[in-house]
Design a binder for this molecule. Structure first.
Ligand SMILES: Cc1ncc(COP(=O)(O)O)c(C=O)c1O
Length: 408
């Protein structure tokens, strides 16, 4: 599929939220890096669960519980295939990327000691910084930070110089949510492995725009959130190599993650349940399964071609508006455009764009170190997804022009 044969009209028709007007204008939804809209198929899968099979899973002997369990576990198989994981036991459902990273920070963190080194990058989301700072407080480990270049790429030479015998983990983002940079994670992983370090990939922004193959990448852990790939909020995935997950202690304790409990001794359940304590977000997991079906049917190659076309078109339009400065101009980029309009605070930009029905995000995007790197408090961010068009980019550019005129 090319950008020309991509079924954009069908895709747009699948997303009911796109049928509304905002402030009298058609909704131009460009806040996809924060969360994506949901297709009818996902809404229907969640609705059907609550209407017809709303029962708890795993322990039930009755019909509804078995149906819910089947649907929940079928979603695990879908995630396994989507990530090309070797085994279904390597797929842990969490409440999102944040919970997945925190799980690794506690479970794998139990193997970290004072002076061990963990490498992050300057473009990490706060959810891939703070859990490691909390681990540093618990253990006295050392955090090292890969700097980023002016155009928003990882400084790989600096990274490779940081690796050494004390490096235990490298935790990096695949696609930056504030700069759009697509990081060369394969090279990051290979270099880390050459030093015996493990790698966690934050794929929150990556999974919806490129095929992710955990076996080919050979990453040790990978995290993503359902809501950024057209699924429900409050559900996400931690992938971990079985040999690692098997050896690690659980993070949360409670129901379902045990084999037996007495006051003297508790034994833990097998994977993946060892890491899924308590009643999970059953409807969310089922909705995530439906979202992956949707993405698979459309095809990630077609999605990537479409988004690249819109990204390039939007970049050309916006870059030529006088006073606009783009942040994140790496050659390998997702369809995320962060910008500052000279003389206008990004929050004002966001608010004026909203009066034109154009939804963008303004702020630090939970990446304050990125803002510090560039010496700015915030950016406005337009992020494009499978249902956005060149016409959306036109509306964005026109609304920026009007904002500029308003502020003189
Ligand atoms: C790159 C990246 N990592 C992690 C997260 C955290 O995701 P969640 O809030 O769904 O846990 C986000 C969300 O914006 C993100 O963009």
């Amino acid at each position: 599929m090319t950008a020309n044969t991509y079924p954009i009209d069908n895709v747009r028709a699948d997303f009911p939220a796109l049928r509304q007007t905002v402030n009298g204008c058609p909704l131009t939804y460009l806040d996809n890096a924060a969360t994506t809209l949901k297709p009818e198929a996902v809404v229907e899968a969640v609705r059907q669960h609550y209407r017809e099979e709303s029962a708890n899973i795993h322990r039930g002997v009755h019909h509804l519980s078995q149906k819910a369990t089947e649907a929940y576990e079928a979603a695990r198989d879908k995630v396994q295939h989507f990530l090309h994981a070797e085994q279904r036991e390597e797929i842990i459902f969490t409440s999102g990327t944040t919970a997945a990273i925190n799980t690794v920070a506690h479970a794998f963190g139990s193997t970290i000691h004072a002076d061990d080194e963990i490498i992050l990058s300057e473009m990490e989301h706060h959810s891939n910084i703070v859990p490691w700072q909390m681990l540093r407080e618990r253990t006295g480990c050392v955090l090292r930070v890969i700097p980023i270049t002016d155009d928003g790429q990882l400084d790989l030479a600096a990274y490779e110089a940081m690796l050494g015998p004390r490096t235990k983990l490298v935790s990096v983002v695949y696609v930056s949510n504030s700069l759009g940079t697509v990081n060369p994670v394969q090279r990051v992983i290979d270099a880390a492995h050459a030093h015996g370090a493990k790698v966690l990939v934050d794929a929150a922004q990556a999974v919806a725009c490129r095929a992710v193959d955990v076996r080919a990448l050979d990453c040790d852990f990978l995290a993503f959130s359902g809501h950024k790939i057209f699924g429900p909020t409050g559900v996400g995935v931690l992938y971990g190599k079985r040999v690692l997950l098997d050896a690690l202690p659980p993070f949360f304790g409670g129901g379902d993650m045990i084999l037996s409990v007495s006051f003297e001794r508790t034994t833990y359940n097998a994977l993946p349940y060892k890491f899924e304590a308590g009643t999970p977000h059953i409807a969310g997991v089922i909705g995530l399964g439906a979202a992956l079906d949707y993405v698979n049917a459309l095809g990630l190659a077609g999605i990537a071609a479409h988004e690249e076309d819109v990204r390039d078109y939007a970049t050309r339009l916006i870059a030529r508006i006088p006073g606009v400065r783009l942040y994140g101009t790496a050659p390998e980029k997702a369809a995320i455009l962060s910008f500052v309009l000279e003389g206008v605070h990004p929050h004002d930009v966001g608010q004026i764009l909203d009066t034109h029905g154009v939804a963008v995000r303004a702020g630090h995007h939970c990446t304050q170190p990125v803002m510090q790197r560039y010496g700015i408090p915030a950016t406005a961010r337009a992020s494009f997804s499978i249902y956005n068009t060149r016409a959306d980019a036109d509306r964005l550019a026109a609304a920026i022009m009007q904002t500029k005129e308003l502020f003189g």
